[in-house]
Ligand binder design. Sequence first.
Ligand SMILES: Nc1ncnc2c1ncn2[C@@H]1O[C@H](COP(=O)(O)OP(=O)(O)OP(=O)(O)O)[C@@H](O)[C@H]1O
Ligand SMILES: [Mg+2]
Length: 262
Amino acid sequence: MYLQLNSISKVFKETKKETLQDISLEVAKGEFICIVGPSGCGKSTLLNLVAGLDTPTSGTISLDGQPVTGPGADRVVMFQEAALYPWLNVMENVLFGLDAAGYPKARQLEIAEKYLKMVQLWHYKDYPIHQISGGMKQRTALARALALDSKLLLMDEPFSALDKQTIHILRAELEGIWEKTKKTILYVTHSVEEAIYFADRVVVMAENPGQIKQIIPIRFARPRNIEAPEFTALRKQILNEVSLSARKSVADEFDGPEVNQA
Ligand SMILES: Nc1ncnc2c1ncn2[C@@H]1O[C@H](COP(=O)(O)OP(=O)(O)OP(=O)(O)O)[C@@H](O)[C@H]1O
Ligand SMILES: [Mg+2]
């Protein structure tokens, strides 16, 4: 298996609480995995462990046969708020990582152009970061992540701070980009709708301690129509799964009140 999580557990020293318990997951190369679960169940903690930003208390993680022992160029993380350099423009933000990775100048420019075009930002390449919208910031972060051509893309609610319309546009773009690049993606989201839209498999987590409750393969053809009846039915089923382990009304928390009317 490309990415392998073997019986991961995490106890934070500060709280002595078991945050993650016995998490095992195998991900194939090119697979799009979405992780959903109630707030606080340990989704971000899990992603951080795979990123190597923190270490599991027990268990092992390996990527392409190599043990994960710390952060590495083979894994790129994208967060809810794009972590861009505000003093650089759009293009320079993408070039920065390529430069650090040691690409020759001409090659850096070629790669940056390719990915800025892919995320539809080529015309904004000279804009300073503070002059672009939240959606464009996330596109810049995505271009930067893709440009590094890492083995694994780790995304922690990358679109959740954006407005609905922008989310829909970016979802379709990311889906298209994934089809083209066949990246292996681990994507954390609060939205069950988003998980079914993207995922080959949806990992449903439960809390206290954080664990994998269910793994649901999604077999709908892409691009997926979120209004199709079978889509809505599956969304309800998964929301139900999540709500069994969530403390409070889950539909409100996860997909907004309109889900209840569907
Ligand atoms: N560095 C830390 N030290 C101690 N406890 C932590 C630390 N980081 C996270 N936790 C705890 O671990 C649990 C899981 O947190 P985590 O951020 O992984 O949840 P999450 O599923 O990503 O939640 P959300 O959906 O709200 O983003 C929480 O109870 C949190 O307080
Ligand atoms: Mg989180």
